[in-house]
Write a protein that binds this ligand. Sequence first.
Ligand SMILES: Nc1ncnc2c1ncn2[C@@H]1O[C@H](COP(=O)(O)OP(=O)(O)OP(=O)(O)O)[C@@H](O)[C@H]1O
Ligand SMILES: [Mg+2]
Length: 343
Amino acid sequence: MGVVSALKLRHFRCFDAHEVQFEPGLNFIVGPNAQGKTSLLEGVCILLRLQSPRVSRLPYVVQHGRRGFAVDGYAGNRHLQFYFSRERKKLMLDGVEQRDATEYLAVGRVVYFSNSDIELVRGGAEGRRRFLDFLASQRDATYRNALRSYERALRSRNLLLKSPAPRWREIAAFDEPLVASGERIRTARERLVEELQPAAAAAHQAISGGRELLALRYRPGCGPDFCGELKAARSEDARLRQSTRGPHRDDLELDLDGRGAEFGSEGQQRTLALALRLGGANLLAAHFEDPPVLLLDDVFGELDPGRRNALLGALPGGAQKLITTTHLGWLEAESGGRTVRMG
Ligand SMILES: Nc1ncnc2c1ncn2[C@@H]1O[C@H](COP(=O)(O)OP(=O)(O)OP(=O)(O)O)[C@@H](O)[C@H]1O
Ligand SMILES: [Mg+2]
């Protein structure tokens, strides 16, 4: 069961210590601004995925003035515990300390919808790569390690390229790990986009009423011969003092009816961003026995009733939904679900 039932946060964002219960199905987290609604969703995401949906570095999550944070909770009948500080990380699964995150991360999956998802369409490629990475590491258990190896090799290579007198013998030593992990990333992203395309297009039709056709295309940051391109790009890399080829330059192209989505209206871009998240959720739901936990941060209050109902109806059936909102005025009386009040 992919249901998060109890969550305890300690020294986490605005929370000194906080406990909350969730139910299967619908949960509404209601309260004024700055009461910690988003932080609760972030807590669920970190509990299940050891990663924040809003920042790339976990030290930001530590409450100001504290050394580290702890998250503790149940996903189905599995007990998850994670302690994080700059100096020390500790993972426990059912009371047993884990040296490796693989088994822990196999427990549950999440999809985070946010009001700023429009940046996936409007913003730079980095946000789209992060979207793909977050999804790919849930879809494929080995992806996270490939990404980490790649980032490590890239960091070292770029550091050497920035030194006053770069030495190619040293720099080239990182080409092999870069190529090995880079090719795994490329293959995984390619396959993911292939799977995501029909799921996102179907989600888009469901929310928009089928007016436009959404197409996704993977745009790799280098050709099929990554190793050869690295060598050929040496003088360019030396001049720019950074690695100019590889998956860190990948992008995900988004088209509506054959035209770049950056030309779409704000409403079209919001709908597209929702479709990407929803497509990802349906993809994960199709691949695992348990549907992902859906974290919907300030999304529903912003939609018109037609799209709100379309989105609610298109969310994977049986998934647990944690929905934050400042007010419940938009909610139909008969929706049911649990309400958690904050502040
Ligand atoms: N590392 C941190 N340590 C302490 N407090 C923090 C930290 N990070 C964020 N905060 C504070 O936590 C509070 C809650 O933030 P959060 O984003 O969870 O609120 P929210 O209820 O989602 O608000 P909104 O309705 O505006 O989205 C804010 O006042 C924020 O400044
Ligand atoms: Mg918030």
